[in-house]
Design a protein around this ligand. Structure first.
Ligand code: NAD
Ligand code: WQD
Length: 338
């Protein structure tokens, strides 16, 4: 068997795209996912893109026995850890569950890795750890502070993993701080499937385009930004997936950990994204201005120097491609539901 990468949360949005890129690059992949926010079918879709399916184990990362079995069954050389709950709103209602799943799950995973002697880890962190930034673009050295239980769970995981690496230099850990992942695989076969009404902007736009909502609510037009609407660093999920391969290469070659932003370095406002969507698809998105959403920051985009210099990686896909690919995927979801 080839060297294998364990992907936790691999039937999810970012994990499935990363599974594709790993397999296309020749890696063997085993996925562990409890399917709490994804479907088994995604593995078949990954197989249609790559020509072969990843190994799939349905289970929870808090199940130590299951993890030991997985490490004993495959020649795993590194873990990419995506499994987690990610809704900011839900994290206020279910704070204990978020801590248990995200922080407890990560602790259980690293304990199993330690038992198996696998100490190379790529972790899904988030720009949410920067909270309300003092300035943009945000460098990795910016102060860390979070504003909600989800963000706190990511920061606690980062703290735990930093501690582990400091205490034992055999550990090689990449903390990847994602900005705003959007879009879908160009095949239209895999993408993001929000449960219920989406909180995030891009899936809401595609659902308005599909006629599922009459208009987009734009949360605030009085921010100190180019047009008054919130500015974010949208990154195509395929670029993000490739960033994971670059991080894995870094760990292998440098033999030490890294904390790095994965973003494009460019800020795009809500109304700019709406205009880009119309340009890419020809579909008008009706919108109405609503009050600011509590907890939102005006502007958030990445300093990307470290990713370029250390990982030799940069995001390449345009905002137009993000919109076109998100829309192709939305159409597939729509057809599946009809
Ligand atoms: P997702 O919900 O699509 O994927 C997460 C996957 O993890 C799902 O398939 C879910 O079933 C699985 N999972 C959750 N808890 C599990 C557990 N205890 N055991 C096994 N499987 C479990 O989310 P995503 O957008 O692909 O995000 C992946 C990771 O990236 C998450 O950790 C998230 O916090 C982080 N992240 C996401 C974003 C974003 O905007 N999507 C931004 C920054 C960071
Ligand atoms: C983007 C912009 C909204 C919806 C969230 C999490 C963060 C991270 C990614 C995981 C903002 C505006 C949105 C809508 C709108 N996830 N908006 N109408 O808030 O930057 O980040 O997802 O780590 O933790 O907080 O992304 O897509 O929700 O919002 O006007 O219906 O779009 O106000 O300016 P956000 P988003």
């Amino acid at each position: 068997m080839k060297n294998t990468i364990l992907i936790t949360g691999g039937t999810g949005y970012i994990g499935s795209h990363t599974a594709v890129e790993l397999m296309l690059a020749g890696w063997d992949v085993v996925v562990v996912d409890n399917l709490c926010n994804s479907e088994r079918l995604t593995m078949e879709r990954v197989a249609s893109i790559c020509g072969q399916a990843p190994h799939f184990v349905q289970g929870d990362i808090r199940d130590a026995v299951l993890l030991d079995k997985v490490f004993a069954s495959y020649p795993i050389s590194a873990v990419m850890h995506f499994a987690g709950l990610k809704s900011v709103g839900e994290s206020w209602q279910q704070a204990a569950h978020y801590l248990d799943n995200n922080v407890g799950g990560t602790a259980c995973l690293v304990a199993a890795m330690e038992r198996a002697g696998v100490r190379r880890l790529v972790f899904s962190s988030s720009a949410t750890v920067y909270g309300q930034p003092d300035a943009v673009p945000i460098p990795e050295s910016a102060p860390l502070r979070t504003t909600n239980p989800y963000g706190r769970s990511k920061l606690l995981c980062e703290d735990m993993l930093r501690e582990l690496q400091t205490a034992d230099n055999r550990w090689q850990i990449a903390l990847l701080r994602y900005f705003n992942p959007v879009g879908a695989h160009a095949s239209g076969l895999i993408g993001e499937k929000p449960s219920g009404v989406p909180n995030n902007l891009m899936p809401y736009i595609t659902q308005v385009a599909a006629g599922k909502h009459p208009f987009l609510r734009v949360f605030g037009d009085d921010y100190p930004t180019v047009d008054g609407t919130g500015v974010r660093d949208y990154i195509h999920v395929v670029d993000l997936a490739k960033g994971h391969l670059a991080a894995l290469r870094y760990l292998e070659q440098e033999g030490k950990g890294i904390t790095v932003n994965l973003g494009t370095g460019s800020g795009v406002s809500v109304l700019q994204l709406v205009a880009a969507f119309t340009q890419a698809t020809g579909i008008q998105i009706p919108y109405q201005i609503f009050p600011r959403r509590p907890g939102d920051v005006a502007s958030c985009y990445a300093a990307t120097d470290l990713a370029r210099e250390a990982l030799d990686w940069r995001a390449k896909l345009s905002v137009g491609a993000m919109c076109a690919d998100a829309w192709r995927w939305e159409n597939l979801v729509k057809n599946m539901q009809e």
